[in-house]
Design a protein around this ligand. Structure first.
Ligand code: ATP
Length: 422
């Protein structure tokens, strides 16, 4: 019950959603009642609310039972407020930096948005969490600036063009349990749509249905004006790139380069690749790994190889399921730029993610799914801004302003400062 699994007690583990499965794994580790718990990105597939509940639980077990928790995490904004001690491994043979978060954070190139803003504005003491930043934000002269100004999410991003994906009254069920209950959705060329929601809401099922991998019970899916009904997955994937939650499912070649070449050959594009493979590897920070065996790589590297393999054809519609899982801030930054470029080239991108900071920076529209139905569909500011569960750090720091990112805040305050991250 601590991990919200009571209702799933009788379910087969292999048939749970990614986040549900992650919670089962954590529960089984906790059940061992060891004195030390080592967790490798335990919140990577959890929705923000479940992540917070898990971290609260771990903090309580630490306080009350003396449990030692060693936890690796890329999404610092989620964990920094809980950590009594932090170790930063810079890689490339650099010595680790170790100490209380306040001492370690200055050595980390990329930090949570509230820390980044605090650095630019010279806030002292530097806030590590939104809670610590709130008193400083309330006294900030930035609050005198106009409410409506913001840079991301609206403006050039919103330009509904041709409909790339149309979903009408879509119903999907597993056995007799409904997973999608009447989804209506359109994604346009040149648009990044973020699909968010609690674990088990049906996000992965929706992507799978569009890629032809889940059986459609009722309703219709049209990609590029053509219905997917009766078509093979291979045929659908001529115009759809689908990155599943588990990238291992896509990796089977002997080298990273070969993964891309296989995709190109399968699509008959080897002579004229839409994106030169070397350039794609470079953009994803994989050049030095071109000859490596994909399955030996780290989770974040495998994630990027899988993305390279499905994006090599420059598909008209890109479906991404948790693409930032396992990515450090720099890799995430590179991905973000790539998505923006592809979007500007006219690609339609449907992005499933629990990463609210990523959504704040890249999405043109946000859809919240709840128990297989669309609850809200709107601009990032309108959907995330006031949401208790999904608001990014800047929206919590400056409620009611419509600011979602550090850039929004700095632009509204006409502050020049670095938001240069990598
Ligand atoms: P998460 O954020 O945890 O990845 P999600 O929103 O992607 O979740 P889905 O994986 O689409 O959720 O699952 C939707 C519902 O369908 C959940 O209740 C899940 O337990 C159930 N489900 C998923 N896959 C199967 C399956 N193969 N068989 C039976 N039920 C399934």
């Amino acid at each position: 019950s601590l991990l919200g699994l009571t209702g799933l007690r009788r379910r087969q583990v292999g048939r749970l959603s990614g986040g549900e499965m992650q919670r089962v794994a954590i529960a089984s580790a906790l059940a061992l009642r060891t004195r030390v718990l080592a967790l490798d990105e335990p919140t990577s597939q959890l929705d923000p609310q479940s992540a917070e509940e898990l971290l609260d639980t771990l903090a309580r077990l630490n306080r009350e039972l003396g449990l030692t928790v060693v936890l690796s995490e890329h999404r610092l904004e989620r964990v920094v407020g809980y950590a009594t001690h932090m170790i930063y491994l810079g890689g490339d043979g650099l010595a680790p930096v170790s100490g209380p978060a306040r001492q370690v954070l200055p050595h980390i190139p990329l930090v949570p948005p509230v820390v980044e803003l605090g650095r630019v504005l010279g806030w002292q003491p530097l806030p590590l969490t939104v809670e610590e930043g709130l008193p400083l934000a309330r006294r900030s002269p930035l609050l005198a600036t106009a409410v409506a100004e913001r840079s991301s999410g609206e403006g050039p991003g919103v330009r509904p063009g041709v409909v790339a994906l149309l979903v009408r009254d879509l119903h999907v069920a597993y056995a007799d349990r409904p997973a999608l209950r009447g989804i209506d959705l359109a994604v346009h060329e040149g648009e990044v749509v973020a699909l968010m929601g609690r674990n088990g809401a049906g996000k992965t099922t929706l992507l799978r249905a569009v890629a032809g991998l889940a059986r459609v019970q009722q309703g219709e899916v049209t990609v590029g004006g053509r219905s997917i009904a009766g078509r093979s997955v291979a045929d659908i994937c001529r115009s759809v790139g689908y990155l599943p939650q588990n990238p291992n499912a896509l990796l089977f070649a002997d080298t990273v380069r070969e993964e891309i070449l296989i995709t190109l050959r399968n699509h008959g594009l080897q002579a004229h690749p839409p994106i030169p493979p070397a350039a794609l590897l470079e953009r994803l920070g994989l050049s030095e790994l071109a000859d490596a065996y994909p399955r030996d790589l780290s989770a974040g590297e495998r994630q990027r190889v899988a993305l390279a393999a499905i994006a090599a054809t420059h598909p008209a519609l890109l479906l991404l399921d948790e693409p930032t899982r396992g990515l450090d801030y720099c890799a995430k930054e590179a991905l973000l730029k790539l998505l923006q470029e592809w979007r500007d080239d006219g690609m339609a991108i449907l992005l499933v993610t629990h990463d609210v900071e990523l959504v704040a920076r890249v999405a043109d529209r946000v859809i919240l799914l709840e128990e297989g139905k669309i609850r809200v569909d709107g601009s990032p500011a309108s959907v995330l801004g006031d949401s208790p569960a999904f608001a990014p750090q800047m929206a919590r720091l400056f409620p009611g302003r419509g600011w979602l990112t550090v850039e929004d805040v700095l632009m509204a305050g006409r502050v020049t400062g670095s938001a240069d991250r990598c």
